[in-house]
Design a binder for this molecule. Structure first.
Ligand code: PEP
Ligand code: MN
Length: 446
């Protein structure tokens, strides 16, 4: 800590400051400059002189070290990787997706969601049992029966489970049922609850208070860490700003900021962070791009009928599409898709798979043939000709859609495939044009 004195400070005032510092068992190093005096304070408990700024003659107090120690990267340069069953979060482990309903509503709702998100590649199942709702009249959660349902879903799918603890008296209950204990945004400043979370050995997912600075959030983590639990995952879930277009403002810069400050894993909640279904996937992708260690996403079989947070819950196909996109961008590893346990393959299935393999081989040949013709077209137009013929591509797509009325793929799916084919075709033509430009240059210089 550095105490900067006013240029007008009297030697007596400098002495008073030094006396306060020494009386608290700390050391004071006085440095006299041309214009003013500055005093360096050294010791372990600088908070003892936290009020030094109120003394006469003092202009400013600058804190040099961070108020959190156990959470800081400075003190723990090795990043923390947290194991949740077989799942690892943080320290460069692949992106972990946690998904499930905001609240557990029924056995049917939870199990259907658990099976779906598991098939799509989610690694951890979420579900609220005790809901800290803004309104006392809103659905408060099913309580312990919800934890029992979550445990059943874990037994069936093998996915570890996460749920929010709202009271210190629930520690034993949560220790018994869940794999990760969530501390919600509304409770980030509940120091008794943080200390209680420090008593368990279960990993804690600590959500950022919607009005908390990053430093206050890290201090909340410090409560858990200093109470004896070193397994803390930070979760950014949006903060309250002046902007009403989204439920909260998702502070994605928190990820790179935290990377510089702490060794703890950081995940993003794009559901509470935006409050709107249509914004969840874009922000989830952005979170993966800024290097989040994981995502926690609300998913519901019928979002319109959800008892809480339906507006921000993804439907099953929407969650599937998000996972596809994460996989396409290689944020998820293909092996993250965990199918049902391998059973002996029935003969009928083997036959169907052989037909698919043969078709794929033919498709690949057809694609090469199509690309060869695209190159011949390019040569006929002049080798350098390439680029996007929007009208022609639109015709190609339209013709395919017109002739596929009886097919299995719908328009959107067909469009997806054909757009990829056209994109590859443009790429091959571009490469061809580059090649001929290079050979023309060699001829010109040779
Ligand atoms: C939740 O995860 O359902 C929840 C209530 O989150 P938050 O504490 O971030 O509002
Ligand atoms: Mn919710």
């Amino acid at each position: 800590m550095i105490v900067v004195m006013r240029p007008s400070a009297e030697p007596r005032e400098v002495e008073q400051v030094c006396e306060l510092i020494r009386n608290e068992g700390l050391e004071a190093f006085v440095s006299e400059g041309q214009e003013r005096v500055i005093i360096g304070v050294v010791g372990t408990d600088l908070e003892r002189v936290g009020h030094v700024g109120t003394l006469s003659g003092v202009e400013e107090v600058i804190r040099v070290t961070r108020p959190y120690k156990l959470a800081s990267l400075e003190h723990h340069p090795d990043r923390t990787r947290i194991g949740i069953g077989a799942v690892k979060v943080g320290a460069g482990s692949p992106l972990v997706t946690m998904a499930g309903p905001c609240s557990v509503e029924s056995e049917e709702q939870l199990l259907a969601t658990a099976r779906w998100v598991h098939r799509e590649g989610a690694r951890i199942l979420r579900g609220g049992a005790f809901k800290p709702r803004t309104s006392p009249y809103a659905f408060q959660g099913l309580g312990e029966p919800a934890l029992q349902l979550l445990a059943r879903a874990r037994d069936e799918t093998g996915m570890p489970i996460i749920s929010e603890m709202t009271e210190t008296g629930q520690v034993e209950l949560f220790d018994r049922y869940v794999d990760v204990i969530q501390i919600g945004s509304r409770n980030m400043h509940n120091f008794a609850l943080l200390r209680a979370a420090g008593q368990t050995r279960k990993p804690i997912l600590l959500k950022r208070g919607f009005g908390a600075t990053i430093e206050e959030w890290l201090m909340a983590a410090e409560y858990v860490l200093s109470s004896g639990n070193s397994n803390v995952i930070l979760c950014e879930r949006g903060i309250r700003t002046f902007e009403p277009a989204t439920r909260n403002t998702l502070d994605l810069s928190a990820v790179p900021v935290l990377r510089e400050l702490t060794h703890l894993p950081v995940i993003i909640d794009p559901s509470h962070g935006t409050g709107r279904r249509s914004l969840v996937a874009p922000m989830a992708l952005a979170a993966a791009a800024v290097g989040a260690d994981g995502l926690i996403v609300e998913v519901h079989p019928d979002p319109a009928r959800a008892r809480s947070d339906g507006d921000q819950s993804l439907s099953f196909p929407e969650f599937g599409a998000l996972m596809d996109e994460l996989r396409r961008l290689e944020y998820l590893r293909p092996t993250d898709v965990v199918g049902p346990p391998a059973a002996a393959t029935p003969a009928a299935l083997t036959g169907l798979r052989e037909r698919i393999d043969a078709l794929d081989a033919r498709l690949v040949e057809l694609l090469h043939e199509r690309a060869r013709i695209a190159l011949a077209v390019q040569d006929a137009r002049g080798t350098a000709a390439h680029g996007h013929d929007v009208l022609r591509e639109r015709d190609v797509l339209q013709r395919a859609l017109d002739t596929s009325a009886s097919g299995v793929l719908d328009d959107e799916e067909l469009r997806m495939v054909l757009s990829a084919v056209l994109r590859a075709s443009r790429s091959v033509q571009r490469r061809h044009a580059m090649g001929s430009a290079a050979s023309q240059r060699t001829e010109a210089t040779g």
